[in-house]
Design a binder for this molecule. Structure first.
Ligand SMILES: NC(=O)c1ccc[n+]([C@@H]2O[C@H](COP(=O)([O-])OP(=O)(O)OC[C@H]3O[C@@H](n4cnc5c(N)ncnc54)[C@H](OP(=O)(O)O)[C@@H]3O)[C@@H](O)[C@H]2O)c1
Length: 223
């Protein structure tokens, strides 16, 4: 039977390249996007993949996804939204949207996937950021969610060792994706981050990569 991976946010950027790599290596791929257009893109590029609309801000959307999933060997918590600006620009609703998409939705999805992994083991790979290790100006909220994901991920790693569920955290520097308003050729290629994720997922049974930081050599904020 094929190994299976669930990748959130697989319609573009890191998630798309990660789905591609797993797909090309014969894994059963489950991908998500918030839009029909995104689902169409994943399904047309990876014909045997199974794809779902998912909004991490919605408990109902997460519950629905988990209902229709088969067995998952690896969960890649990749999806997230960017938030940039000063605290004066934030609203209560806006703050909660970012926290739900980047942290509480991911924690709840992870809980549901872990429930299904118990007894057989698996891997969880959480995509944080170098902004989960250093907190630069103008990114306080985004950074807060990425530090939060780091704390959750490290704690979960310890909690789940006894269940043979290996939890890893990855901290990429800038990546040239639609996260940015313009092309960023000096940043990492999303394929480089996908490679790192696949490396973690494909370690032999019993081998844990607890943390991995990956940056372009032109990165200005190497932690
Ligand atoms: N780009 C960077 O410089 C950088 C640096 C360090 C870390 N990261 C992290 O790398 C990961 C991938 O980012 P990326 O650069 O590849 O950006 P991206 O191309 O914008 O991908 C983000 C993905 O997240 C999905 N998403 C957004 N809101 C969501 C929600 N509420 N529920 C479910 N999915 C949602 C998007 O879905 P749709 O398909 O609907 O668009 C999209 O597929 C993120 O965790 C990001 O924080 C990025």
């Amino acid at each position: 039977m094929k190994n299976t991976v669930l990748i959130t946010g697989a319609s573009g950027g890191v998630g798309f390249e990660t789905a591609k790599l797993f797909y090309e290596n014969g894994w059963g791929v489950y991908g998500t996007s918030t839009s029909d257009k995104g689902i169409e893109r994943i399904s047309s590029e990876f014909p045997d993949s199974t794809n779902f609309k998912l909004d991490l801000k919605s408990k109902e959307s997460i519950d629905n996804l988990v209902t229709y999933l088969g067995e998952i060997d690896v969960l890649v918590n990749n999806a997230a939204v960017k938030s940039k600006g000063s605290i004066g620009d934030l609203t209560y609703e806006g703050i909660n949207e970012v926290i739900k998409a980047n942290l509480s939705g991911q924690i709840y999805l992870t809980k549901k996937i872990v429930d299904g992994m118990k007894g057989k083991g698996g891997r969880i790979i959480n995509v944080s950021s170098i902004f989960g290790l250093i907190s630069p100006e103008d990114f306080a909220l985004y950074s807060g969610t990425k530090y939060g994901l780091r704390g959750f991920s490290k704690g979960l790693m310890r909690d789940l060792l006894k269940e043979n569920i290996l939890v890893s955290t990855i901290y990429p520097g800038g990546i040239n994706t639609r996260f940015h308003e313009k092309e960023r050729p000096e940043y990492l290629d999303p394929k480089d981050v996908a490679d790192a994720i696949y490396y973690i997922a494909s370690r032999p049974k019993g081998v844990l990569v607890s943390e991995l930081t990956i940056v372009s050599d032109k990165e200005k904020r190497i932690p």
